[in-house]
Design a protein around this ligand. Structure first.
Ligand code: MLT
Length: 421
């Protein structure tokens, strides 16, 4: 008999995570409210989940692919882990080639989501890498580094000791300063979730130059690029010279083509991107990401990849543009409606999120409660995206028009004028 039997122990880094992941925590609070007020008709503008049905072109392509799977002669089993060439080539051509950016099809890795990819990318870098995030930020970037043991402990303001936070607030025009200390991995998101602001070419160049000078790597999340209206704004970090040596880019079909429930995204890892290895030489990030992808992932299903390919057909492009127009009109209604009530609003012009300064110095969660209780409208508290998000609130334009209009009507009629200024 063993006296000191080994015991299964958990990864202690998980104990450093804040209570729950943001969106399930919001859902929990809304369920709690609903159970007390079952009569309340709640309008959800919290999580950025699409509501419009899948474009016809993508449905048709998916159905055709399913039918192919029904015949022995056209049936397909495991596909290439990195994705089928037909989709990788369509992406290289339409998303990059058309903007004068050279990305090769084999630098594109098809996956089931940008959330997973932006969360997983850190694991091929050293455990001691110093990470920098803009603050507020999509919580996945921070939480996955906490899980990996790079964060240290959290303080009472919600900051982890080992993470470099770059405040991004109205005071600096949501354009954070470069870090003062040496960092290795930098997370950038443009159009930004949650602030709805977009980096200009000059701003992006500043980051690329910085990363090149510091031998740092940028993780560039462009999941919302399709919502950019202003033709002057860059869609891809590779529009900046020199970015191929320092950046990984994440893209998704979730928000532009309504694939949140279908799952398809991709990550671009240029062949020139390298980082120091333990022998003091340099290793290819492309090769390592490929190694990881093939080990942990078996590819996106064939019908889904055919559906994603259809997004690039003439009909698909027309349908997607129409959906984006619909959501961006929602964004305009939210933005202008709240501004008319005296609130300070940001974003929502080249991004589907409207970032609102909470009135009366209310905390983000206080404003969340006020809006839920009085107007039965759900948004996302800015503090959930990081300490500098405190005092802000995010509203998503991914809703049906009548709900957006009703939400604004309720805010106007149920929250007194004084409560909003
Ligand atoms: C959000 O609301 O921030 C997004 O829907 C989250 C996500 O895409 O994972």
């Amino acid at each position: 008999m063993l006296n000191s039997a080994p015991m299964a122990k958990i990864n202690t880094h998980y104990e450093k995570l804040k209570a729950g992941y943001l969106f399930p925590e919001i859902a929990r609070r809304v369920r709690e409210f609903s159970s007390l007020r079952p009569d309340a008709k709640i309008i959800r503008l919290g999580i950025g989940d699409v509501v419009l049905p899948l474009p016809k072109s993508t449905r048709e392509a998916m159905k055709k692919a399913v039918d192919e799977m029904a015949e022995a002669s056209t049936f397909r089993g495991y596909g290439p882990e990195q994705g089928y060439d037909f989709l990788r080539e369509a992406i290289a051509l339409h998303d990059f080639g058309a903007r004068g950016v050279k990305i090769h099809a084999d630098e594109i890795f098809i996956s089931d989501g940008s959330k997973c990819d932006s969360g997983n990318i850190q694991e091929i870098f050293d455990g001691a890498s110093r990470i920098a995030v803009t603050d507020p930020v999509y919580p996945v970037y921070v939480d996955t580094n906490v899980m990996a043991g790079r964060s240290g402990e959290v303080d009472s303001s919600g900051r982890y000791a080992g993470i470099v936070y770059m405040p991004s607030t109205a005071e600096n025009g949501f354009s954070p300063a470069l870090p003062q200390e040496k960092v290795d991995l930098i997370y950038l998101c443009s159009p930004n979730n949650p602030t709805g602001t977009v980096m200009t070419h000059e701003e992006l160049k500043r980051w690329v130059d910085y990363a090149r000078a510091q031998d740092a790597v940028i993780f560039f999340d462009a999941a919302y690029h399709a919502f950019i209206n202003n033709p002057e704004l860059p869609h891809s970090i590779y529009e900046v010279e020199g970015a191929r040596e320092v950046a990984v880019e994440f893209r998704s079909f979730s928000k532009n083509a309504g694939f949140t429930g279908i799952r398809c995204a991709f990550t671009v890892v240029p062949k020139e991107l390298t980082a120091l290895n333990r022998s003091g030489g340099r290793s290819s990030i492309h090769a390592l990401w490929n190694r990881r992808h093939c080990t942990k992932f078996n590819g996106v299903s064939y019908p889904v990849q055919r559906a994603a390919e259809a997004v690039y057909s003439a009909e698909g492009q027309r349908e997607v543009a129409e959906m984006i127009r619909y959501y961006m009109e929602n964004a305009r209604i939210i933005r202008e409606g709240l501004a008319a009530l005296g609130l300070k609003v940001y974003g929502g012009v080249d991004a589907p999120y409207v970032w609102v300064k909470t009135p009366q110095g209310l905390g983000s969660w206080e404003f969340f409660d006020l809006l839920l209780k009085e107007a039965h409208v759900v948004g996302t508290p800015g503090a959930g995206f990081g300490p500098s998000g405190e005092g802000y609130f995010r509203l998503s334009s991914f809703g049906f028009r009548e709900n957006i209009e009703e939400a604004l009507h309720r805010v106007k009629s149920r929250l007194s004028g004084a409560a909003l200024r």
